[in-house]
Write a protein that binds this ligand. Sequence first.
Ligand code: NAG
Ligand code: NAG
Ligand code: NAG
Ligand code: NAG
Ligand code: NAG
Ligand code: NAG
Length: 772
Amino acid sequence: MAPFVSLLSTIALVSLPSAWAGVTYPDCTNGPLKANLACNTSASAHDRAVALVAAMSNADKLNNLVNNSPGFSKLGLSAYQWWNEALHGVAHNRGITWASGGAAFSSATQFPQAITSGAAFDDDLVQKIGEAIGTEARAFANSGRAHLDFWTPNVNPFRDPRWGRGHETPGEDALRNGRFGEAFVRGMQGSDSKDKNRVIATCKHFAAYDLEDNGGGSGGVTRFNFDAKVTVQDLAEYYLPPFQKCARDARAGSVMCSYNAVNGVPACANLYLMDTILRGHWNWTANNEYIVSDCDAVYYLGNAAGGHRYKASHAAAVGAAFEAGVDNICWATNGAAPSPSQAFSQKLFSQETLDRMMVRQFEGLIRTGLLDGPQGAYRNLGASDVNTPSAQALALRAAEAGIVLLKNDGVLPLSLSKEETVAIIGFWASKADEMLGGYSGTPPFNHDPATVAKQMGLTVKTATGPVSQGSGDTSAAVAAAKNAAAILYFGGIDNTVEKESNDRSSLAWPAGQLAQIKALAALGTAPVIVVKLGTHVDDTPLLAMPGVKAILWAGYPGQDGGTAVMNLLLGKTAPAGRLPMTMYPSSYTQDAPMTNMALRPGGSSSKYPGRTYRWYDKAVFPFGHGLHYTNFSAVLQSTSLSSPLSIQALTARCTDTYLDRCPFPDLNVNVTNTGKVTSDYVALAFVTGTYGPAPYPIKTLATYTRLANITAGNTQTASLKWSLGDLARVDTSGNRVLYPGNYTVLLDQPTLATFSFSLTGTEVILDTWPQP
Ligand SMILES: *[C@@H]1O[C@H](CO)[C@@H](O)[C@H](O)[C@H]1NC(C)=O
Ligand SMILES: *[C@@H]1O[C@H](CO)[C@@H](O)[C@H](O)[C@H]1NC(C)=O
Ligand SMILES: *[C@@H]1O[C@H](CO)[C@@H](O)[C@H](O)[C@H]1NC(C)=O
Ligand SMILES: *[C@@H]1O[C@H](CO)[C@@H](O)[C@H](O)[C@H]1NC(C)=O
Ligand SMILES: *[C@@H]1O[C@H](CO)[C@@H](O)[C@H](O)[C@H]1NC(C)=O
Ligand SMILES: *[C@@H]1O[C@H](CO)[C@@H](O)[C@H](O)[C@H]1NC(C)=O
C-alpha cells in the first residue's frame, strides 16, 4: 500500500465523504432492486451479479472501477471503499471508521504480527486467528464501520532480511507461507458454504515483491520501478507457491497485484502472472474472484516519474491493467486519480472487459451477503463479537506460541521472589504500541512488559534506550540495574525503522542499544536477558558477551506481547516457537545485493551466497531454531513407507485434479519429553536427497505440526500430513516433478531423528508449468 498509511488514514477520517465510512446494505425489500434477480437469495451469486451489472449504466460502471467507488445511486447502491485492512486485527485505514473514547468499536483485538504467529508453526492457530479477525471485521462492517473486503494476508516470502515489510509475512519459507495463507483465508472468509463468505480476503502482493527502496532517495531502485529478474524455476518453486495455496486452494476472493515488474512487465499489467498462471493454470476464475492493484501501482506502471514507464500515458496504463486482468484500481493521494472513462473512450479497454470487471467486483460482495438483507449469513455479528474473551485469550496464546528462545545458559525460567528487583530496560520496555507492528488498529489495552511485570507483583526499575543508531545513555541503564536480581533488556529494530517504503541497509544491532547491553553485561551483578523485538539483527556481538545469559526473539507479539514475554520469562508457560527466517550475519548484505532475486548461490557472482536455509548455511541462528525449557527425543516411523513405493502407484490412486495435492502416506512421529517441564513441541520435517536437478538444496521443509502440552516423561504421537507436491522438486522449466530416489527426512533443527524411504518407478510431472 501507499507509504505513510497511518498518517493518510488520519487525514482520511476527516476529509473523505462520510458515505465511505462503512458499508451500507442496500434495501432489497423496498428499494430500486427489489424486483431484480440480484436480490433473489435463491439464485447463484454469479447469476445475481450478472443481473445486477445488466441494470447498470456504462457511465456508472466507469466511475466504479477505483477503490473509492461512488456507487450506483439509481440502483440504491451507496458509495463503497474497497480499501480495508486487517493484517493482524481490524486496522486503522480508509474504509474503517473507529469510535472513540472507549465506546463500542473504539478498539479491536490486535493479534501478533504475521512473523510472530508464523513462528508458532501451528495452522489450527492461524485458522482460529483468521476466524477471529474475520468476525471482528464483519462486526465493524455490519455496524457501518467497515466494508466487506480486507487486503490481507501478505504471503510474499521474506527473501531479503532488509525488507521493510518482512514482518507482515509468516517468514521466508514458501511452504510455510502457503500453509499460513491457506489457513488464514479459510478462517477469515469462512468455508462452510461456497456462496457465503464472512468477508473477502486478499492474497497479496502478486508477485515477487519484497523490495521497498534499495537506494534511498533519487536514482535508487524502489518498489515503483524495480524489475525483478526471476527465473521460471525460482518463480514456480519459491515466489508463487504461497499464492497457489492462498488463491487456488483456499479460494481467497481477491488477489492484489504488486508494484514491481517481473521480467520486464509490471505485475499489474502482467498477463502471464494474472491470466496464464493465476486465472488459467490455477483455475482461479471459478468464483469470478477479483484482482485489485496495489495503491498507485497502475500510476507507476504508466508514465509517472519514478515508475516503470511501461506505458506512454496514465490512460494507457489503466487500459493495460484492465486488459491484463485488474478489476479495481487502488490509488493513493500521492498518485494521479485514474480515469477509466478516459481510457475507455480512447478504446484502451473493451466493453466486454468492463462488464467482466463489474461482475467480478459484485459477485464477491454478493457472496458476503451484500444483497441478502438483515437475515443474511453473518449479519448477526455486532459489537459483542469484538474483543471477546476468547479472542483476547487467542491473541495472548498466539504470542506465547510464536516467541522463540534463541539462547539460554540455564538462567530461564527466572525464579524471582517479590522482594527482588528486576530491571526492565530499553526502548520497548514501556511501549505497547511498538509491539503491534505495521497495519495495526487500536488494541483494547496497553500491556507493555514493565507494566505487566509490576502487575505480577515484581519490584521493577525501568530505564529507556535509543531506538536506532543514536547513542545509548548507559548511565541511566546502569543505575536502574543496580541491585537488580535480573536485568531484562528489550531492544532490536522497531517499526519506526523497519517499515513500509523503507528497506534497511544494515542488519547490525543499533549501536546505542548495543552500548547499553554491553555496559549492563559488564556489571556482572545479575544475568542480562535480551528480549529482541522486530525482525533481523545480527546477534553475534551478544553471543560474545558472557554476561548475556539468554536471548528471546518476540518479533511483534501484538496487544498482549508484554504479558506473553513475562509469562515465558517466569516459566508460567514454556517457549516452543521456531525462527521462521534465517538470522543472517550482518556481512550478508555485502555479498547479496537486494536486487538479486536468485535463490541458488553463485550465478553471475561467485560471492553470491544464495538465500534462505535451503541454500545458505552460515546463519547466526538458522531457520527452525528454537530452544525449550526441557529436552525432547523423537522417533519417526511409517509402515507404509518401510518398503519402496512406486511413483506410478501413488499417482494412479490419486483422484485430485491437481496431482501435487495428492496425499503421500503419513509419517508418524513419537515425541518424548525427557526433561522436567511441560512444553509444546514443533515437529519440522525437512527432506534431503540427491534426486532431481542439481544443485541440491541443503534441505527443504516438507511438512510440520505442533504438538501441545507434552508433559515431563511422557510421549505424544502425531501424524505428519503431506502431499506429493511437498516431496517434489522444481526443474529449470518450472515443472514440479516427483523423482525416484532415496529420500531422507530430517526431523528438527538441528536434526533430532531421521527416516529414509525410497521411491521407485519413473519420474512424473505433477504440475506442468506454463512457460512465459
Ligand atoms: C429466484 O431464483 C430461483 C433460482 O434461480 C428461481 O427458481 C426463482 O423463481 C426466483 N424467484 C423469483 C421471485 O424470481
Ligand atoms: C475450474 O473451475 C470450473 C468452475 O468451477 C470447473 O467447472 C472446472 O472443472 C475447474 N477446472 C479444473 C481443472 O479444476
Ligand atoms: C537437556 O539435556 C542436556 C544433556 O543431557 C542437559 O545438559 C541440559 O541441561 C538439558 N536441558 C534442559 C532444558 O533440560
Ligand atoms: C509410538 O507411539 C505409539 C503409541 O502412541 C506406539 O504404539 C509405537 O510403538 C511408538 N513407536 C515407537 C517407535 O516408539
Ligand atoms: C495446554 O495446557 C494449557 C494449560 O493447562 C491449556 O490452557 C491449553 O488449553 C492446553 N493446550 C492444548 C492444545 O491442549
Ligand atoms: C537407493 O539406495 C539403494 C540402497 O542403498 C541403492 O541400491 C540405490 O541405487 C539407491 N537409489 C538411487 C536412485 O540412488
